[in-house]
Design a protein around this ligand. Structure first.
Ligand code: CTP
Length: 404
């Protein structure tokens, strides 16, 4: 649960996208947040306070003059212990109010009255023409200049039947943005390149050699790096995972394709960090067939020959423009000796060892970090928590280290 103990004021303004906020409310609760819903009168036309009360488990406020608050000052009471205020959906009109400091209903008054340390996040939702209107864009620029965090919008089909920019982000994307807003921004301005998942080495057009890597750890690291503010590129072998929000994903199959994609990224833009999490096949089939190999008798077996694949991590580490390189090792025995030796062999500043070799596909794990100073453990946790801790460790080393 990544929002445990967080108090979030969730403000709804008028828009069809209110229906998506029902799901967001539940998702925030599942992550451990307590949600206080405040709705404008227009929002109550799209979804009822009864629904939002049921989903949030808290009474809903819609009116500045609400006698349920002892001192009758809900705009003060509701914001003093809030960790964040989220406006979703945020209408064109509400963007105008925020940009101009209007306070003529509870929600706008509450935004103005929030203490300076309480972040305000908005999820705009409107018709494409309303979004593109110069007045809205002026208000948007002012809102951003005032330090309000604008989430989205996205482009796509709209409830009105038109298509274009102005769709509210999906509930899972909003949840990701809200969680990210609470993370330390240790990698702002940095470019992070990550490999993840297995590779697939063809034997013929329908068969191949792969491994059990699920990609979960690499994807979790990509997400953690994005949450820390980095520009993230993920070169991924075949996995069942959806692309992580905010991350550029490049799909590949073979180790050679992974190598080529990684080198192309390094040539297009200098990378600050390279994290090689992929379980890359050490060998590929030298005599892979263009056609499906047929069974010609009851006893025949194909004779496969192998050649080595490029060692992507070692090749990146050997480049003159090498980023700060982080490797992974999944050893089945003697992790301390093999881990330390592998870091030196690959000539990288940091190597991460998985404790226990049955980590593929698991949701939690335990890591050991090997660097020039020795080794230290990151205690067992779910992969997303481990990934955030690893990104913290990388950011500290990057800040202290002129060696890239
Ligand atoms: N790696 C890579 N390219 C390869 C093989 C491995 O980039 N062709 C990276 C992995 O992503 C991982 C690290 O190297 O970060 C360690 O990989 P591993 O296979 O455990 O090490 P090897 O050097 O192949 O040694 P061994 O198989 O003997 O343990």
């Amino acid at each position: 649960m990544r929002l445990s103990g967080k108090k979030i004021v969730l403000g709804l303004t008028g828009g069809v996208a209110c229906y998506k906020v029902a799901e967001l409310t539940r998702a925030l609760g599942k992550e451990g947040a307590s949600v206080q819903v405040v709705m404008t009168q227009a929002a109550t036309q799209f979804i009822t306070p009864v629904t939002m009360q049921a989903l949030s488990g808290n009474v809903v406020f819609t009116d500045q003059w609400d006698a349920r608050i002892h001192n009758n000052m809900p705009h003060i009471d509701l914001t003093r212990d809030a960790d964040a205020i989220v406006i979703a959906p945020c209408s064109t009109d509400f963007m105008f109010k925020l940009a101009h400091g209007a306070c003529n209903d509870l929600l706008s008054t509450l935004c103005i009255a929030r203490p300076a340390h309480v972040p305000l996040l908005i999820a705009p939702a409107m018709n494409v023409e309303m979004w593109q209107n110069p007045a809205t864009q002026r208000n948007l620029a002012q809102i951003k200049a005032d330090g309000i965090n604008v989430m989205g919008p996205a482009a796509g089909d709209q409830a009105c039947g038109e298509t274009g920019m102005g769709r509210m982000l999906e509930p899972d994307q909003l949840l990701t943005e809200i969680i990210a807003s609470f993370q330390k921004k240790t990698l702002v301005g940095k470019h992070v390149l990550i490999t993840a998942g297995p590779t697939f080495e063809p034997i013929d057009p329908v068969r191949g050699i792969t491994n059990l890597s699920s990609g979960k750890m690499g994807y979790a690291i990509a997400r953690a790096a994005w949450e820390a503010g980095a520009e993230v590129t993920l070169v991924s072998g075949p996995t069942a995972l959806p692309p992580p929000y905010g991350v550029k994903r490049i799909n590949v199959q073979t180790a050679q394709q992974m190598h080529d994609a990684v080198m192309a990224c390094l040539n297009i833009h200098m990378q600050d960090v390279f994290v090689a999490v992929a379980a890359v096949a050490d060998w590929k089939v030298a005599n892979a067939s263009d056609q499906k190999i047929k069974k010609t008798s009851e006893t025949d077996t194909p004779q496969l020959a192998f050649v080595q694949n490029p060692d992507i991590l070692a090749l990146v580490a050997a480049r003159p423009d090498a980023p700060y390189c982080v490797g992974f090792a999944a050893e089945s025995e003697q992790l301390l000796q093999y881990g330390a030796a592998k870091r030196i062999k690959k000539n990288i500043p940091l190597l991460v060892g998985n404790i226990g070799h049955h980590t593929f596909g698991q949701d939690d794990n335990e890591l050991i970090l090997f660097d020039a100073q020795g080794h230290k453990a990151i205690e067992r946790a779910d992969k997303q928590t481990l990934a955030s801790k690893l990104i913290d460790e990388i950011a500290i080393r990057l800040a202290n280290n002129t060696m890239r």
